[in-house]
Design a protein around this ligand. Structure first.
Ligand code: ADP
Length: 353
């Protein structure tokens, strides 16, 4: 995916959360859903929120359009604190902030065109303008031929396209996505992510999303924040957080994406054969280094046996680890390790007999 330059001087802060807190009344006393949340989202950014169930993700995203009122702190959208908005200002806010949902929230008795046009009808636009805008939106989401279909006649992916079209009816600058692909099959998920990426680029739309699917974050987000018990435990560019997760919660969430070694290889790493050295070459993405096998073999001056490995590309950077078996005698070792250290961001060495 294209990189997003956070250092751009022109980049403006779209959302700023300052010391945000949210407490709900509970049967056994107040429940602190969010505490000490400080973060900002740049205009045009795709920003992901992850965390375990109950971590506060929904509460956080719902404060951005005042579906939840913060208990303390500020929610600044375009520099304005929305906490103090009156009813009229809230109507304006909700037009500037679209939202899509896991279960699409479409009206089953209305056609696709009627669903998409609903926000415009509520706003009092005349029929001709609604029809023209609906056509434009259906074109944008790739559903011009489903105008008169009912939700029950659509696939999950098509229903979410309708949800997106409806959310964009008022040309919002911010789109909130609440588990938008969680009810979809992998193919539809990819198509919806491609659509979100496309509208982010074409319309310059800021997107804030919550998901339990790490692949979604890796695929389309520029930055990610990790919540745990209502607090931020980690945040940063996706390649950094996913490449070197610092918090235990992040590591757990990423579990499925991390490498697992097959048992035979684990045994071999514990007891390498005579004259065999196993090197773990790590790529952190930090230096923009590429795992170039030819250059590695050349640097080591001998054939290398690729035993296991996984390299992911996130935001154009290579991240991961390669395990290489190389033959080496004890006296060659110091020079070999020095050369190996020069072709990776970090070197791991597994025994040498
Ligand atoms: P997540 O989206 O990460 O699963 P939520 O924001 O839904 O987390 O919930 C955070 C915490 O706040 C949880 O402990 C949840 O039980 C509690 N909570 C959420 N909504 C309410 C509510 N309306 N009333 C009381 N407690 C709530």
């Amino acid at each position: 995916m294209a990189s997003f330059n956070h250092n751009l001087e022109l980049a403006t802060q779209h959302i700023q959360l300052k010391s945000l807190a949210k407490t709900y009344p509970g049967a056994n006393g107040p429940v602190q859903a969010l505490a000490d949340i400080d973060l900002s989202v740049q205009r045009g950014e795709i920003f992901g929120i992850i965390g375990r169930s109950g971590a506060g993700k929904s509460s956080l995203i719902r404060t951005l359009n005042r579906l939840e009122q913060p208990s303390a702190g500020q929610v600044l959208i375009d520099g304005e604190d929305i906490a103090g908005y009156d009813a009229r200002q809230l109507v304006g806010l909700r037009r500037r902030v679209g939202m899509i949902f896991q279960h699409f929230n479409l009206m089953s008795a209305k056609t696709v065109a009627q669903n998409v046009g609903l926000p415009l009808q509520v706003a009092g636009l005349d029929k001709a303008r609604i029809a023209a805008r609906v056509d434009e939106l259906l074109q944008l989401v790739g559903l011009p031929d489903k105008r008169d279909a009912y939700p029950a006649q659509l696939s999950g992916g098509q229903k979410q396209r309708v949800g997106i079209a409806r959310a964009l009816a008022h040309q919002p600058q911010l789109l909130l996505c609440d588990e938008a692909t969680s009810a979809l099959d992998p193919e539809s998920t990819q198509a919806i992510l491609a659509l979100l990426r496309d509208i982010n680029r074409r319309l310059g739309l800021t997107i804030v999303l919550i998901t339990h699917e790490m692949a979604v974050i890796r695929e389309i987000c520029h930055r990610v924040v990790v919540l745990e018990r209502g607090r931020i435990v980690e945040q940063g560019e996706v390649w950094r957080v996913f490449g070197a997760p610092r918090h235990e919660v992040t590591r757990t969430l990423l579990g499925g994406l991390q490498q697992h070694l097959p048992a035979d290889l684990q045994a071999r790493l514990c007891q390498p054969g005579a004259g065999e050295l196993v090197l773990g070459l790590h790529y952190s993405g930090e230096q923009g280094r590429e795992p170039d096998l030819q250059a590695i073999a050349q640097a080591l001056g001998r054939p290398v046996n690729l035993l296991h490995g996984g390299i992911e590309r996130i935001q154009g950077r290579s991240l991961g680890r390669l395990l290489l078996g190389v033959g080496a005698s004890a006296d060659e070792l110091p020079a070999l390790l020095q050369r190996a250290a020069g072709v990776a961001d970090r070197l791991e060495v597994f025994g040498h007999a």
